[in-house]
Design a binder for this molecule. Sequence first.
Ligand code: IPE
Ligand code: IPE
Ligand code: MG
Length: 237
Amino acid sequence: MNIQHIAIIMDGNGRWAAQRKRPRTWGHKAGVKAVKSALQACVKANIGHLTLFAFSSENWRRPEAEVSRLMTLFLSSLEKETPELTQQGVAIRFIGDVSAFSDKLQAKMAEVSALEPERQQLTLNVAVNYGGRWDIVQAAKQLIIDHQQGSVNLDDISEDLFHSYTCLAQQPAIDLLIRTGGEQRISNFLLWQCAYTELFFIDTLWPDFDEKVLQSVLDAYQQRERRFGQTSEQLNA
Ligand code: IPE
Ligand code: IPE
Ligand code: MG
């Protein structure tokens, strides 16, 4: 089983907290612990790339207090967890429009992104203020700029070239996307990148995600046949 890249929509923190009669933010805090266990599980399973949806471009629409608590938690988690993760060989990168965040948070993200672990085991991409439509639009804008400046001819524009302008273009294709929390939607996550990704919608709430849950998804993935337009007979020939 050759899985190079997993993406996860980490959903269900609020419901997890509500089940315990606690505020939603308590669920987000528990969600950070689940991130750590997901990371360990991926390193153990030899998966080189993990992309996590942490904050969508639509999540600004939540109550101000929740957004503000998420930002504080984001900053404190980066401060607290980065040294250990770097030591364990995790390179942390960010995708999304980070210009919307506070100067302090942006500075921390820049600092964390610049760290290069000695023996890299895993690249963790954290999607923050990310939207799949935003990604496609930012790629189009960059491409137009390059065309106007003369480095790209109209006839050179292909799917591969466009892809090179989208987020995660330098990383392997996403083999599987997991959404926890039971909803069966993409919520504007990696629209361009997931064209041929295997999708898994599971009921586990994000704070309950662990190595066992990941393993059950990986087992289910092994049962799938990725045909990329071909027939089963062709693949088995
Ligand atoms: C996902 O959990 C975390 C973020 C979107 C930041 P939710 O907060 O969406 O949890 P539910 O879906 O309300 O249970
Ligand atoms: C998607 O979860 C975004 C993240 C997990 C960061 P949401 O809980 O915001 O998704 P919707 O709004 O229910 O689709
Ligand atoms: Mg949700």
